[in-house]
Write a protein that binds this ligand. Structure first.
Ligand SMILES: [Cu+2]
Length: 198
């Protein structure tokens, strides 16, 4: 009696989490099969429905470097740029997807910057030429950046058809990789090979 009540309760608790939500696991490598980090993987739903609202993001500066160096955000995401260094930074972008500058500042700038157009945004600092970061802005909340071991996963993925878009900082200036269609109706595991500039 107690046991069956427990099982019913467990099923009730599980149902809302698993209903139509899968996880996509990716393994990214270079053509030689070596794990590749910093690969941006985006699953863009083919059927355009209402998407969840973008969640705020953050790119901080510490040790005269951006962190993270590679980000992917949904179109419409506000990004904060807190400066954790004692020196001041002057963050800017000339990329068509987002032209902006945060003039010489310490601490946290007053307002986040709204990334409102899809595309690749290259960030720099006027004071420290070696500082660089990349923000990939995509029309989907389902995206991820691969880790040092080349693995990445996207959770809570509703069933349906998606376009898999792939990007890497060392592909700047190269033609976009072909977009692949992926059907999600359960757990998914994909290998992704990325050719880089020599
Ligand atoms: Cu700087």
């Amino acid at each position: 009696m107690y046991r069956s009540a427990g099982i019913v309760l467990a099923l009730l608790l599980l149902a809302p989490v698993t209903a139509g939500a899968a996880t996509a696991a990716f393994q990214t490598t270079d053509p030689a099969g070596r794990p590749l980090d910093s690969v941006v993987l985006s699953l863009i739903p083919v059927a355009r429905g209402a998407l969840p609202a973008p969640r705020p993001a953050r790119i901080s500066q510490a040790g005269k470097a951006f962190s993270p160096i590679v980000s992917v955000v949904q179109t419409g995401t506000p990004i904060e740029f807190p400066n954790n260094d004692t020196v001041r930074h002057h963050v800017y972008s000339f990329s068509p997807a987002k032209v902006f500058e945060l003039k010489l500042y310490a601490g946290k700038p007053e307002k986040p910057v709204l990334f409102d157009k899809p595309g690749v945004v290259v960030l720099g600092c006027n004071i420290h030429d070696h500082m660089v970061a990349y923000v990939v802005v995509v029309d989907t909340p389902w995206s991820v950046v691969s880790g040092l071991d080349g693995s990445a996963r996207i959770a809570d993925l509703p069933s349906g058809d998606y376009l898999l878009q792939v990007w890497h900082p060392r592909r700047l200036g190269l033609p976009d990789l072909p977009v692949r269609t992926i059907r999600v109706n359960g757990e998914l595991s994909e290998k992704v090979v990325v050719e880089l500039k020599p």
